[in-house]
Design a protein. Structure first.
Length: 486
């Protein structure tokens, strides 16, 4: 519009590169092309090729939606932090009936309220207590074949992290690792597993989403809402009975002390479950994919973890495991579980870079523009990480401060609330595996292939042989293992 043009002139904006498109009004052919690319599991790689071809910032149109894609760290900083108020996450429609108004789906005052409600309950006290993790880890070990035969640990990690997050949030012990097919818990975990793909399907519909009625999504939501509601109501009754005289023992208890709105609590719990489970499971799966292929990494890790002398690591032990932290960072760099951050401009604004032939001028961002920042491509930039940017080298973190070039947990006011917990949980699990297993063997030659639903994972799973040390793992329980394979 004329108003936008005047605004652009005032802010010295220049146009950014434009994705070559056969038709630039609706962008239907790009929609079809990108849908095929997504089916083939090549979305992230294709985006990286486009950045190589067009520069760090380019624009296009898809199904009538104007978008800007960027991997310029200055733009990332503006998007996530310095111009935070200009952009919304706009995820409400995507999650549909699953999450209602929760922290993950709202912006502005509603989001602020949710964040202030949740934040105090994910503090150091909750994170430092690792006692609950051990039970889940033992269940995980019980699912691993004792004879070292092939197992897909990716599948098991999605269960392990579900059990862990339920314990953290609700103080309930569940074992989806050992639940039997047909049981209520099995239905719950299956429904939860399906959410990623269902949300993904909604995402591909773009503006057509508003005409879409998804009964499968509604069914999955019903199962999950019922599951969480039962636990929330039970805890609420107990809490009311004690009239807050006993200190809260869980995240849920403390939330119930700050609100009586049980539907709100349900949505926040489910949001955290979603934010906390798939991300951690995806990272662990990629990390084990690497461990099975890199005996040099495994040996260095063993040397570090052996300093613990076989005892369970404490919170402060974990802080001292520097190589393990670098290993996790390198996994998050090359295989970020949230590979693209999306925002939508809630007013006409600018991004500081990407305009003009040298890409150094500001770019106009009309209201409604969708901005995507690919952390996957950003974290593989050769000008930041060097010519070996695509290689897995944990040691690079000895002398690297990446800042706006490393955003696996996002940054700014919406930075991940579970970052510390995620590190601690992953480090604990990896250390315990090192203490109990001699080595991890690669059992598949398939390359790492993107499967991107809400979060990123390896399309072919993580098929490995886990070779136990003598006398350290529990006796294999066939009953447990068969349940988990379902
Ligand atoms: C490796 C593990 C994890 C990664 C890589 C990760 C990554 C992220 C990212 C990138 C965001 C921002 C998304 C956006 O702005 O669009 C986010 C938000 C969030 N994460 Fe995590 N996350 C992880 C684990 C967890 C865990 C374990 C929890 C909680 C138990 C958690 C809770 C949250 C919450 C509540 C938000 C929303 C914050 C807000 O909107 O204000 N995350 N996470």
């Amino acid at each position: 519009s004329n108003k936008d043009r005047l605004y652009a002139r005032r802010k010295a904006c220049q146009p950014c590169a434009r994705l070559p498109q056969t038709e630039r009004v609706i962008g239907y052919s790009l929609f079809k092309q990108d849908a095929t690319i997504a089916r083939q599991g090549r979305s992230l790689q294709t985006a990286q090729d486009r950045f190589r071809l067009l520069g760090d910032t380019f624009s296009g149109v898809i199904l009538g939606q104007f978008f800007i894609s960027t991997i310029d760290p200055e733009n990332a900083k503006a998007l996530l932090s310095s111009q935070f108020a200009d952009f919304d996450s706009g995820k409400k429609a995507l999650f549909g009936p699953f999450l209602g108004d929760s922290m993950l789906t709202t912006d502005g005052a509603l989001w602020k309220h949710s964040r202030s409600l949740v934040r105090p309950h994910l503090g150091r006290t909750q994170v430092e207590d690792l006692s609950n993790l051990e039970g889940c880890v033992q269940n995980f070990f019980a699912c691993l074949p004792k004879d070292g035969s092939t197992v897909d640990v990716q599948h098991l990690f999605f269960r392990l992290t579900f059990d862990n997050v339920i314990q953290l949030l609700l103080n309930e012990t569940v074992s989806t690792l050992s639940c039997q097919p047909g049981s209520n818990l099995h239905m719950v975990i299956k429904a939860f597993d399906s959410i990623g793909d269902l949300v993904n399907r909604r995402a591909t519909l773009g503006p057509l989403l508003r005409f879409y009625c998804d009964t499968t999504m509604n069914d999955a939501c019903k199962i999950l809402h019922d599951f969480v509601d039962r636990i929330v109501e039970k805890a609420y009754r107990k809490r009311k009975k004690s009239s807050g005289s006993t200190p809260p023992v869980s995240f849920l208890d403390s939330m119930l002390d700050s609100t009586d709105d049980l539907v709100k609590v349900r949505y926040e719990v489910l949001g955290l479950l979603l934010a906390g489970r798939d991300t951690t499971a995806g990272t662990l799966s990629s990390l084990f994919y690497v461990l099975a292929r890199r005996p040099d990494v495994w040996t260095k890790l063993q040397t570090e973890v052996h300093r613990l002398g076989g005892r369970k690591p404490t919170y402060s032990d974990i802080k001292g495991l520097k190589y393990l932290q670098q290993l996790i960072d390198e996994t998050l760099r090359l295989y970020p579980p949230v590979p693209v951050l999306f925002r939508a401009a809630n007013q006409t604004t600018t991004l500081p870079r990407g305009g003009g032939v040298d890409g150094k001028s500001p770019v106009l961002v009309p209201k409604g523009t969708v901005i995507s920042c690919s952390t996957f491509s950003l974290q593989r930039r050769q000008d930041v990480y060097g010519p070996d940017a695509e290689e897995f080298l944990p040691e690079r973190w000895n002398h690297l401060t990446a800042h706006w070039n490393f955003l696996p947990f996002s940054a700014g006011p919406k930075v991940c609330l579970g970052q510390t917990y995620a590190y601690v949980q992953m480090a604990y699990i990896v250390s315990r595996v090192v203490q109990h297993y001699e080595r991890i063997e690669k059992r598949s030659d398939e390359p790492w292939m993107e499967r991107w639903s809400i979060t990123l994972m390896n399309a072919s799973g993580t098929k490995v042989g886990m070779i136990p040390k003598k006398g350290t793992v529990p006796i294999l329980n066939d009953h447990v293992r068969n349940g988990a394979q379902e």
